[in-house]
Design a protein around this ligand. Sequence first.
Ligand code: PMP
Length: 450
Amino acid sequence: MTAESGSRAQRIDRYVGQYAERAKGMVASEIRALFAVAARPEIVSLAGGTPYVAALPLDAVGSMVSELVSSQGTQALQYCTAQGDVGLRERICGIMALERIAAHPDDVIVTVGSQQALDLLARIFIDPGDVVLAEAPSYVGALGAFAAYQADVVHVPMDDDGLVPEALSEAITRVAASGKQMKFLYTVPNFHNPAGVTLSAPRRAEVLSICQRAGLLVVEDNPYGLLGFEGEPMRALRADDADGVVYLGTFSKTFAAGVRVGWAAAPPAIRDKLVLAAESAVLCHSSFAQLTVREYLATQPWREQIKDFRELYRERRDATLDALERLMPAGCRWTNPAGGFYIWLRMPDGIDAKAMLPRAISARVAYVPGTGFYADGSGSQFARLCYAFPPPDRIREGVRRLASVVEGEISLRSDFARLWAISTKSSYSPAASLPNARFHCAREHACETN
Ligand code: PMP
């Protein structure tokens, strides 16, 4: 077989008819398709939610890891239990206490990032067609995990104070009337990915009481809770209902995404199922990664490090908001995050952020189109901007490029409207808006809804 015919053979999938039904829900996310181009150095990427790990004391972490292997290598390089290292679980309880959660190490299972916890939860709860309620928009990786188990995601609107309780009640009533099984509410209450908003304190109580009345489990996904720019961390939902809430945490944003250590704190019966599911998935998690985190928490000034991260991300958020304010054309709207990594940008009416993306990439700026964050592929008027990775001057340059792409799009639309009016002697109809085909993503498949 020649190299050329070999690579062609790889593209033609001879097993296409053999996959399980659930594999059909597994499609590449917008983010994955983007990473390849957005990583080019000439592009300012406001796309991936990439933490700025260069701010870590890398030499100190290196020495710590070296010391870990020489002094505790027989444990760090060995299998462990599927629930995870108990010393690490104790430390995790200390971290959750910062958000007023009173947990015992037995309540906790260590996972491969919180992404694995999402997968395990979907695995133990979702039969095909079961409903998961989730904010509109929702974290793309959660939507991917739910799609892999053929969940039917029902989105619930948010506003500047997070999930809207009345809309949640209505959604619960509607789904109950449809006769479908509703398995849980998935929510990111702090510094939402992608929307950047935070669930207000009064609404936390409302959301909990609505879910309690409906007997609905809450999955509280909280990677960014300790990265608030003002005041103390907010009280977690789980702090007020340990029986009704599964809490997901991670060290990806407060320490290092590359160690892939997260956790779930769950009611005992759910925790048992999660441990069994984890065992069948991975036997046990990496002892090395878990002990690295345990040692990091025991020997390094992790609280000061989180403060440093907060300052760094606050400066980048400010640079982004300032540049948006100065440069974006009229008609654009955006959220004002009080922490975390993300700003949710609404384009002027009629501008499609997904269709515009190839132009933005040509202009050397990248973002994630809103469509990736809706299970039904809506959200094309939105874009997610992540300010965590580029330094402030690159952010300002990225926003400048983005603003000129949006301006170009607006003027193209108005030219088109004028020509339309001349050629048809009628006024422009939004229904016949700019032909998207001109700008479609080269990798159409990868840009499909996730
Ligand atoms: N949930 C949310 C809301 C996230 O933003 C992320 C990371 N982008 C994750 C879960 C997964 O993070 P990890 O697996 O690295 O813990």
